[in-house]
Design a protein around this ligand. Structure first.
Ligand code: MN
Length: 362
């Protein structure tokens, strides 16, 4: 038996930490002297104590450490890997926010003499199976948005979320007329306010049913860049130089399992819970934390926002082929929706296609 002092030294945890872990039942001493209250530890407990110490250094919360310690080696390994994947996802979110600010504060594109504008089309279709359309698609001079509502009042939720974003068209109207670009803090605040507004609007609708909600993938045109806000499993793609890039990350259970190495992409596509969302705008109490991203706009860029009714039915190469071969945004959107319906149209399908073009008016 080791005294608490000797045990602490051997496992590099402080006696104070050991007393706390005892109270939390994370690491009970092998024996407590009934007279003195002194704690004694067995040599065999060192391994677990060292694991606890290293997991603490990793930043893992104590409750999670207790779970890991209860598992056998391989299961504990998987748990640690899953924990770390989540930490990296959170860090990536902050990294994006930092990149957003850096881009905005150092960006020179606003000084470019070429005036750019968007040419756009939005189309939403019920599909061939669903009784109603709960998607909402919108495109305007400043705002592009796709929302995929779910639950009993899903259609109201997606409409309300997009309506709340449309305020950005009006609030930035003057800026557009002077062809000035929006400043950094301005864009973030505008987006933040708009998302808060969308959240309130969804909550008002979802008062009776907390399961009601919507995804929201939207872009705000600043005059030289596109600010993206994204929550849920609708998607944004960029077609640049004939190549298609998915620029959003699905907030779904299966995508997180793919990220954690627990599922392959193929397994995810066939998973029974493949549509289960980890994040969305809902009637629940959780505060939404949408992804934010800033895209530099180049003439010739084409953006696609779509609901999962398109991306689950058409493979990326098919989407790429249509976007690259149909020049008119409206016709491109129509062709994509028709493609989803040709493939059975199992879900509502929505597309926004927007081209970055040189401005025509002076
Ligand atoms: Mn859908």
């Amino acid at each position: 038996m080791l005294t608490i002092g000797a045990f602490a030294k051997a496992c590099r945890l402080s006696p104070k930490a050991l007393r706390l872990y005892d109270e939390l039942e994370l690491l009970r001493p092998a024996r407590v002297d009934p007279e003195t209250g002194y704690r004694y530890y067995a040599v065999e407990q060192l391994e677990r104590a060292r694991l606890v110490a290293w997991l603490r250094r990793l930043g893992m919360p104590l409750a999670r450490i207790r779970q890991v310690c209860a598992l056998d080696g391989p299961a504990a390994g998987r748990e640690i890997r899953a924990y770390w994947a989540r930490v990296e996802a959170e860090t990536a979110h902050r990294r994006d926010l930092a990149a957003f600010l850096v881009d905005h504060l150092t960006g020179t594109s606003g000084k470019d003499t070429t005036m750019l504008e968007l040419r756009y089309a939005a189309l939403s279709d019920t599909g061939l199976v669903r009784p109603a359309n709960q998607d909402t698609a919108y495109a305007g001079t400043r705002v592009l948005a796709v929302a995929d509502g779910f639950g009993s009042a899903g259609a109201h939720a997606s409409t309300a979320a997009v309506e709340a974003l449309k305020i950005l068209e009006r609030e930035t109207h003057e800026t557009r007329d002077t062809r000035d670009t929006l400043s950094a803090g301005n864009v973030l605040n505008l987006l933040d306010d708009a998302v808060q507004g969308a959240t309130r609007a969804v909550r008002d609708i979802a008062t009776a049913d907390k399961e009601v909600g919507t995804t929201l993938t939207a872009m705000l045109w600043t005059g030289s860049q596109l600010a993206l806000v994204h929550i849920g499993d609708s998607r944004a793609y960029l077609l640049r130089d004939g190549e298609l890039f998915q620029i959003t990350h699905d907030h779904t259970l299966v995508q997180s399992m793919v990220d954690e190495g627990r599922l392959t992409v193929e397994e995810a596509a066939a998973h029974p819970q493949r549509t289960l969302l980890l994040k969305g705008l809902t009637g629940g109490d959780s505060v939404p934390s949408p992804d934010l991203r800033l895209q530099d706009a180049l003439p010739g860029d084409r953006y696609l926002l779509c609901s999962d009714g398109l991306s689950r039915v058409l493979a990326d190469p098919d989407i790429e082929r249509t976007l690259a071969s149909v020049p008119d945004p409206e016709e491109a959107a129509r062709t994509l929706v028709a493609g989803a319906n040709d493939a059975g149209g199992p879900d509502n399908v929505s597309c926004v296609v927007a081209d970055v073009v040189e401005a025509t008016e002076v």
